[in-house]
Design a binder for this molecule. Structure first.
Ligand code: ADP
Length: 641
């Protein structure tokens, strides 16, 4: 039979397994048992709606057997099985691109350890211990069976074979023992038993093994004193090795945080410990148990369509749905975990589940628990929260911005923004707490980067007064702030707002006196700018800069920029939305006296100065110039001629 070649990615992973120097090769058994358990889950799931499945729940099991002479270890299950086509597509190409990608990022010498130990590597891990692997399988609904045979990287073959029952049998021919590695250990009962206990104790289905026992029996002869002589006899007995109680059904005292983290990493293919584990055991109108995990980092596919959000639903330990998204609000879709309730009916349909009252109750509770835990993390374990927030903060932000105010109450406590004063992320609550009594608003500035925002002229006065400014550097941030509107009754205010309300009455009078005095020039500048600005004002905000640009009304300059970028992506009419611009002039800057002088003597030149100042204001604001060449000419003309 012609050998088929592994696809290149699979071959790389396979080579990594075959040549592995990993010291805990025993985990191959965990991987194969986990696959077997998944296969049983699948058939059991099918049987919920298909009464032709010949098995009842009690019949399912995974058996482990050995043949010392042949040096083989066999793992069998009576799960869903695989067709020839599935053997080909599941075992010939293994789509573990996530783990491979991860491996590429690692240093050469640690790659092996990390990828195998933490990620789990699936079926191919058998090649860490196997000279040859044979997979015999008969799929549910098919009468014929097929076998997949491979000795490693030179390829594999698939051919018909005999197999009476539905399910899969994996026969591993162990490698020869070496000085470093005693592969024949995997033929020993005690060794196998301890590996199963260690890694697969929570597997729901019985893992059955023939164990050698001994007992005393009568020999049939009498001893010297005339009593029946007893001798030891060994016999074999089939026993279930694992305790089978799912980890989430065990009491908190029985299961450590490390156990939960291990379970999480294996089940949800993450290589980082979760930031948090939430355990719920509820009794009452709805009784259920849940074990939820808040990841520390986003999985590689999180922001793609491939990511499937949702919690796993179990009915007394039997999985009834793999990704139940209805139970999690969109803004907590990063949470992973399981919910198990004896109140769920085993054969409830997906549609019914959506309207299920119990599910609604659970979903409300789960949401509250997640919120509480996130807040606790933020308050008590800031570093962990920051790591989480780096990955998922944007999801929370979209939760606020996308909900038109409905989730703001819930989520506003969890948002962190960059504090210019503290030079790090802080919560909005922390900002408000640190405000002095005379500060009336939560000030923020939005722009492309912290470095740019630090130089924004509008912030000068605030900074001088010792006020903190929140820097918004992500597109979504301004929408968050606008959706929130206020926090604990303190309103947000952009530094680009034309009125920051920092002046006392005396200052205000002084400004309006100066405006009256310079009314003609100000009107002239507005005129010269040909409708580009809504008004021209004297500013009290500016210290060293000549001008700044602000916006009046509901649309900020940042929003205008954002809408423009949306338009370039699609034919969106929003691109026409413009901020009402206000040009603010610094009356104590020499530019102001220069333009005033020109106004008296040379109106043409004064109009050019007006354009120059406007261009400068755009530049400091990070708004693109409409006519850069014209602006450059202006500079030459006014400075070099
Ligand atoms: P994973 O389990 O993460 O998907 P594996 O490499 O372990 O990756 O297995 C690849 C696929 O082969 C599985 O997704 C499953 O479809 C199939 N498979 C493996 N073992 C079995 C089994 N015992 N019974 C049925 N299908 C199996």
């Amino acid at each position: 039979m012609a050998k088929k070649q592994f696809k290149s990615e699979s071959k790389r992973l396979l080579d990594l397994m075959i040549n592995s120097i990993y010291t805990h090769k025993e985990i191959f058994l965990r991987e194969l048992i986990s696959n077997a358990s998944d296969a049983i889950d699948k058939l059991c799931y099918i049987s919920l709606t298909d009464d032709k499945v010949p098995m009842t729940r009690e019949d399912y099991n995974i058996t482990i057997s050995t043949d010392k002479e042949a040096r083989t270890l066999t793992i069998s299950d009576n799960g869903v099985g695989m067709t020839a086509q599935e053997l080909e597509s599941n075992l010939g190409v293994i789509a573990r691109s996530g783990s491979l990608k991860f491996r590429d990022e690692m240093e050469e010498d640690v790659e092996d350890i990390d990828i195998i130990g933490q990620f789990g590597v699936g079926f191919y891990s058998a090649f860490m211990v196997a000279r040859e692997v044979i997979v015999k399988s008969r799929s549910y609904g098919n009468d014929d069976a097929n076998q997949w045979v491979s000795q490693g990287s030179d390829g594999y073959s698939i051919s018909p074979c005999e197999k009476e029952t539905i399910g899969t049998e994996i026969i591993i021919s162990l490698k020869e023992d070496t000085d470093d590695e005693k592969y024949s250990d995997y033929l020993e009962e005690y060794k196998l038993q301890s590996i199963i206990k260690k890694y697969s104790d929570y597997i729901r289905w019985p893992i059955v093994m023939d164990l050698t026992k001994s007992r005393q029996v009568e020999s049939g002869e009498l001893d010297d004193e005339g009593n029946e002589e007893m001798i030891w006899e060994s016999y074999t007995q089939s026993e279930t090795i694992n305790s089978r109680i799912p980890i989430w059904q065990r009491s908190k005292s029985e299961v450590s945080d490390e156990d939960c983290a291990e379970f999480y990493k294996e089940k949800f293919s993450d290589y980082t410990d979760p930031a948090s584990v939430i355990r719920v055991s509820a009794e009452g109108t709805v009784s259920y148990q849940a074990m939820l995990f808040i990841p520390s980092v986003a999985p590689f596919d999180y922001f793609t369509r491939e990511y499937k959000a949702g919690l796993q639903l179990y009915s007394s330990g039997v999985m009834i749905m793999e990704h139940c998204a209805d139970i999690l609000p969109e803004y907590f879709r990063f949470v992973r975990g399981v919910v198990d309730s004896q109140d769920f009916s085993l054969n409830i349909s997906r549609e019914l589940l959506q309207h299920d009252r119990q599910l609604k109750v659970i979903s409300t509770n789960v949401e509250k628990k997640i919120k509480t835990e996130l807040k606790r993390l933020m308050d008590e374990e800031r570093e962990k929260y920051e790591s989480f927030y780096n990955s998922f903060g944007v999801v929370l932000k979209y939760g606020i911005a996308g909900s038109y105010g409905t989730n703001t109450e819930l989520l506003s406590d969890l948002i962190m923004l960059y504090s210019s004063k503290n030079e790090k992320l802080i919560s909005i609550g922390e900002y408000v707490e640190s405000m002095s009594t005379e500060q009336k608003y939560i000030y923020y500035a939005s722009g492309e980067s912290i470095a740019l925002l630090d130089k924004l002229p509008q912030g000068e006065q605030l900074r001088d007064m010792g006020y903190d400014i929140l820097y918004l550097t992500e597109e979504i941030d301004e929408f968050v702030v606008r959706s929130l509107g206020s926090f604990n009754e303190v309103t947000f205010r952009s530094v680009n707002d034309d009125d920051l309300e920092l002046e006392d009455d005396e200052d205000k009078e002084e400004i309006s006196r100066q405006e009256d005095e310079n009314r003609e020039v100000l009107d002239f500048i507005k005129e010269a700018l040909e409708g580009k600005v809504e008004s021209v004002k004297i500013s009290s905000k500016l210290k060293s800069h000549p001008v700044s640009l602000s916006a009046q009304g509901g649309i900020s300059l940042e929003m205008e920029k954002y809408f423009k970028s949306m338009q370039s992506r699609s034919d969106n009419v929003m691109g026409d939305i413009r901020a009402e611009r206000v040009l603010e002039l610094n009356p104590s800057h020499s530019s102001f006296s220069t333009i005033k002088q020109a106004y008296d003597t040379d109106k043409d030149k004064a109009a050019k100065y007006a354009k120059l100042l406007y261009g400068q204001a755009l530049l400091t604001q990070g708004v693109p110039l409409e006519d850069p060449a014209g602006f450059s000419e202006l500079i030459s003309e006014l400075t070099f001629s």
